[in-house]
Write a protein of this length. Sequence first.
Length: 318
Amino acid sequence: MAKHLEQGLRNGRKPSRAKSAKAPPALQQGEPPQGQLDDLISFMNQRRMQEAAKQASAMAAEFPSSAILFNILGAAHMGLGNKDRAIENFKKALYLKPGYAEAHNSLGIALQAQGLLDEAIASYDKALQIKPELAEAHNNRGASLKDQGRLEEATHGFGRALQISPRFAEAYNNLGAALKQQGRVDEAIANFSRALQINPRFIEAHIGLGIASQDKGLMDEAIASFGNALKIKPDNAEAHSHLCGLYEKRNSLREFEKAVEMATLQCGEDNPEILFRRAQLASRKDQHEAALGVLNRVEVEKVQPAIRASCFSLIGKS
């Protein structure tokens, strides 16, 4: 989000004078001083969302015609998980400046996070009508299309983002995921690898590379990829779960048990995906009552779709 926010700072608007009967401090025309905006962007980049939201809100009260401020305020609320307030602020930014491409993109991100994919795509389309070279909007539009299962269109969108911005690691990662879903595993591996060349600490790309390597039968490479993700974030439940699943499929009970123990230690006993792996381990040890007891604690809707199917299968087996 920070990159297109920084672009938004250069796309201000000459606002009309705001009306207010009573407003301490006095309402200001135009945009806030650049230094204050830079401070906000710094908070965003440091993931200090609470401070960013508080400061942006105070500044928006003083500069009520600043579309940039409302876009930043929306982004801060997104970072805090307040999707409804984020949408409210992005729409305010667009009311003030309908031609603000970055705010249309921001609104699309918030709508996509709420699962409103058609509305999100419409927002990205508006952003691209205004600014056809906005790589972030091409990438985000592709992600929404991918979520709808429109994989060829998604692949084209990610490719367009990369034509515009050849070092866009997120677009390489998304392209890899879309290609893998199409069964184009070698191409997927190449794109995950390219994402990691650009950003070696890209956890999702490490996990994507691990899954694609496993599909290709490259088990040692898959283990290394999941391990690399866990070096960066030791409590990443998705990486732990895939690593556990890999050992389970290799019929290596000792390694599977060690992986489940480590996952439980790092992610906690109540993590849904790790609970499933614990139940799976108990089932492998013919402890079927224990497996069912653990499965009863799993909030199935919170686990990945592939693991969810395995949950139901394991319930039937146990």
